[in-house]
Design a protein. Structure first.
Length: 133
């Protein structure tokens, strides 16, 4: 895997947009940031330079986080670990097929957390409202 191949894969996912932020980090969003989108992946264009300490970071479930952080080359993502984000130290830390699946899962997980208004503006079915008492 490489930066360009991963970037192309991420941009092919539905409702994905990209920004350059925090120095040299490509940030991938489910829905544009300007309409309430949420980030689901970060690619560091200059690994190690901004304290990110990896080539790519993405969210996972609590179980996935526990599993992945036991592997060599995968660690909790700085600043985002409390939200179950992991960081790959190098592209070879995970096979391409698995990385693609994990990134699709991160996209789906993040899509499910979009605000109602954002979902509607994307033409997606709004999530059912839940009542709290």
């Amino acid at each position: 895997m490489s930066t360009e191949a991963t970037r192309a894969f991420l941009l092919a996912l539905p409702h994905t947009s990209e920004t350059l932020q925090w120095g040299d980090n490509l940030v991938f969003w489910v829905a544009p940031k300007s309409i309430g989108g949420k980030m689901f992946a970060l690619i560091d264009l200059t690994p190690g330079s901004q304290g990110f300490h990896g080539v790519i970071a993405f969210p996972t479930t609590a179980e996935g986080f526990a599993e992945l952080t036991e592997r060599e080359g995968v660690r909790p993502a700085p600043y985002l670990a409390r939200a179950h984000w992991v960081s790959l130290e190098r592209w070879s830390a995970m096979p391409t097929r698995e990385l693609h699946q994990r990134l699709m899962d991160a996209h789906t997980l993040t899509l499910g957390k979009l605000p109602r208004k954002t979902r509607v503006s994307l033409g997606l079915e709004p999530l059912p409202r839940t009542r709290t008492r």
